[in-house]
Design a protein around this ligand. Structure first.
Ligand code: XMP
Length: 511
């Protein structure tokens, strides 16, 4: 069995990051909300250690999240981080105080003493702090193992009971030795051996589904996105031809993308893939529609109808497979993997197609782990490291009414822009880049003659989470090459502009 660590969630903003950092150390970690698991469950689940996360509250608030103090007596090592450390101190009988003059935010110098938690950490280093409350008195039997200028107990421990609290955030990169501190907790304190490996995950998951899905017909809606592609490759390893992938090509994909998906899964892997070329059907539904949200709604609904029509032809389906990943499960707030993600392209399918159960082979993995699995299963890098692409596709990048000719123009221009970015001699730090066909027209001169054509916008953003984003500083030379090629190779475009709006106030997509 895999060793596992519980990340007990008290509402902090870095909780997923903590779990990822643990997994980076080759120890499996799962996140559970503090009010969705009992002390008894924790005891029985065989965790090697528990991490209390941060949280926005103060331990003395009546409404603040607390936990059964019995957890301190289970003999399971605990690491409290920020609010988690204050809670640990409070539960063990220490004192927490609130004082504005003690609050720290940002990089703070940390002084550490000898402790199994700080093996390999210099006496003085940088840590990241974000707190107003602080532990003013450690509980009886605990000792202070680190301080800062403002914080008398920046870390404390009771080695005998393997209980540790740190006021700073070891999970963020600003804490210089954060990785080592987490590693020390996992290996020195929890005595983990580090047996979480992707190869094992792939073998074990394939084996599990080989058993569970024996003789069953499994249906998966393949979008060509990372999650559904990796789910398909993994399930194919498990059940082979019993997996049927339906790829609805709505004609709103980027240039040659439909063929690429088909060649990869049908050609390279030899999978049972049905490609439905439904561009005409989607264009008919979208005729005359200009309002962005209406476009999205129509595409979402039509996608389901097309998928449903195809599924009906297949007869009885036993299992519906989905590419749900761990952040989707956590964000659903329920930790219940059977919840269908509402923003998923196939949301709503269960109402129209009957099946016995759902298979979600990636529901324990973070995005970077999903990518690792994809690479190990032999999926092309182009697919595994694909930039995000909205479900409604180019429909939200053709401003105004969508027509086949507008889509064709955009596909060409977008392909040129992406090619120029990819071949740029300078390294460009960008996370999403694409072209937008505006509904503005502009006068130009082409071959000594007056031309009147589309204004095309180029967009590139640099971001961690897509909630906020900076416009990418693309070198002028790259922009110039893209612009020259686009106006030179595409007759219908007379002008190219670059979007220099960050998010907020703009969104990444234009519609
Ligand atoms: P916005 O435009 O909201 O985009 O700043 C943030 C990220 O989400 C993607 N996006 C979508 N993805 N369906 C999707 O699956 C959509 O309707 C949709 N709209 C935006 C966008 O490409 C960016 O990565």
């Amino acid at each position: 069995m895999n060793e596992k660590i519980l990340v007990l969630d008290f509402g902090g903003q870095y909780n997923q990051l903590i779990a990822r950092r643990v997994r980076e150390q080759k120890v499996y970690a799962e996140i559970k909300p503090y009010n969705k698991i009992s002390c008894e469950d924790i005891k029985n689940a065989g965790y090697k250690g528990v991490i209390f996360t941060g949280g926005p509250n103060s331990v003395y608030d009546e409404s603040s999240p607390h936990f059964d103090p019995e957890i301190l007596n289970l003999g399971i090592p605990i690491l409290g981080i920020c609010y988690g450390a204050q809670l640990l101190a409070f539960m063990a009988g220490g004192k927490v105080q609130s004082a504005a003059d003690r609050s720290e935010y940002g990089n703070t110098v940390l002084y550490v003493n000898d402790s199994p938690l700080f093996e390999g950490v210099p006496k003085k280093s940088d840590s990241f702090m974000s707190h107003t409350d602080y532990v003013s008195e450690v509980p009886q039997g605990f000792t202070v193992i680190a301080t800062t200028d403002n914080c008398p107990a920046a870390a404390f421990s009771c080695d005998g009971k393997a209980l540790y609290g740190v006021q700073f955030h070891p999970e963020v990169t600003h804490t210089e030795y954060g990785k080592i501190i987490l590693k020390n907790f996992l290996y020195n304190v929890c005595k983990c051996s580090g047996n979480w490996k992707m190869e094992d995950f792939i073998e074990k998951t394939a084996e599990k589904y080989r058993e569970e899905l024996k003789g069953k017909k499994v249906l998966l809606a393949l979008s060509g996105g990372v999650d559904s592609s990796v789910a398909a490759a993994l399930l194919y390893k498990a059940v082979g031809d019993n997996l049927i992938c339906v790829f609805v090509d709505h004609g709103l994909l980027r240039k040659d993308e439909g063929d690429f998906v088909e060649n990869t899964f049908k050609g390279k892997f030899g999978m049972n893939l049905i490609r439905v070329n439904a561009q005409d059907r989607f264009l008919r539904k979208l005729k005359g529609v200009t309002e962005p949200e209406e476009k999205r709604k129509i595409i979402g609904e039509e996608f389901i109808r097309v998928f449903e029509d195809e599924a009906k032809k297949l007869g009885k389906i036993d299992v519906l497979a989905q590419g749900t990943i761990y952040p989707d499960v956590i964000e659903s707030g329920k930790g219940d993997s059977a919840v269908i993600k509402s923003h998923h392209n196939v949301g709503g399918l269960p109402d129209v197609i009957s099946f016995e159960s759902i298979a979600e082979p990636l529901c324990d993995l973070f995005k970077d782990e999903v990518r690792e699995v994809g690479v190990k299963l032999g999926l092309p890098n182009e697919l595994v490291y694909r930039q995000p692409f909205p479900g409604p596709g180019l429909a939200v990048r053709v401003i105004g009414e969508i027509t086949k000719s507008k889509l064709d123009i955009l596909k060409e221009a977008d392909a040129i822009f992406r090619e120029e970015i990819d071949r740029s001699p300078e390294k460009i730090e960008t996370n999403q880049y694409f072209a937008v066909l505006t509904d503005s027209f502009s006068v130009g001169v082409k071959g000594d003659a007056r031309a009147y054509g589309y204004v095309l916008a180029l967009r590139a953003v640099t971001t961690d989470d897509f909630m906020t984003a900076q416009w990418t500083r693309i070198p002028y030379e790259t922009l110039e090459r893209a612009s020259n090629r686009i106006t030179g190779e595409i007759t219908e475009i007379t002008r190219v502009v670059y979007d220099i709006t960050s998010k907020p106030p703009a969104t990444v997509e234009w519609e």
